[in-house]
Design a protein around this ligand. Structure first.
Ligand SMILES: Nc1nc2c(ncn2[C@@H]2O[C@H](COP(=O)(O)OP(=O)(O)OP(=O)(O)O)[C@@H](O)[C@H]2O)c(=O)[nH]1
Ligand SMILES: [Mg+2]
Length: 207
């Protein structure tokens, strides 16, 4: 369902609701690849690497349906090995890039691994972006192709996932989507944007 908003009637004048979609998560989970899938263009550098690839926050914009979407790619800001001063710099930049518009946080994770670093990630998100962050978070699982290969649906995966992960998902009100970043299917982006709309309607009281 499309997002209805007071500015929607102005869409002829090209005034769209602006939303920041902030990609967060550990290094290598596929934040940049997911950003590129949303943007339908390879704007962010994404590649296999044992070192973090993205080292600065970066914003790229697109229009999806009635939304002006600002996709914000970030480095892994929650690694315990990151110097606090470096982390603070990234967090500050990330917040600057969000301007004062609506924000939806997309927590990117693999379907293939749930790591210790992810166990307390919501707590870290809360410490960074405020206690209400859970209400604005969508969990995005990458490597949907791995699921497909194993003949599993997202529901199968969720049913059998670890208690720690289940807890995170429940705290985010079961808002999860799966991406297969090797495919350019717009279906997956549409599902994400539907979930983003749900968050916007709830947090911004847009209806
Ligand atoms: N098969 C498969 N590979 C993926 C998928 N998503 C991402 N990858 C791969 O995973 C690797 C890491 O992806 P990135 O997008 O660079 O991950 P990142 O989270 O941005 O990593 P950092 O910038 O280092 O924090 C790349 O080689 C991607 O091609 C997916 O859905 N399926
Ligand atoms: Mg990256």
């Amino acid at each position: 369902p499309s997002l209805e908003h007071p500015t929607e009637h102005c869409s002829r004048k090209h005034i769209y609701t602006k939303v920041n979609v902030v990609l967060l998560g550990l290094a290598g989970t596929g934040k940049s690849a997911s950003g590129n899938t949303i943007l339908r263009k390879k704007h962010f550098v994404s590649k296999p690497s044992s070192n973090p690839v993205t080292t600065e926050c970066q914003v790229e914009e697109t229009k999806i349906n009635d939304l002006h979407v600002r996709v914000i790619d970030t480095p892994d800001m929650f690694d315990d090995d990151t110097e606090p001063s470096v982390r603070d710099k990234h967090v500050k930049r990330c917040k600057e890039l969000c301007e004062s518009e609506l924000c939806v946080f997309v927590l990117v994770m693999h379907v293939s691994r749930f790591t210790d670093g992810e166990r307390d990630i919501l707590k870290k998100l809360e410490n960074t972006f405020g206690t209400k962050v859970k209400e604005q978070t969508v969990i995005l699982f990458t490597r949907g192709d791995d699921l497909e290969e194993a003949d599993m649906t997202l529901e199968d995966f969720l049913r059998s996932c670890q208690p720690g992960l289940k807890e995170i998902i429940e705290k985010c009100n079961n808002r999860c989507v799966v991406f297969e970043n090797r495919s350019s299917s717009s279906d997956q982006v549409e599902k994400l944007m539907n979930t983003v709309s749900v968050v916007l309607k709830k947090t911004a009281k847009i209806d």
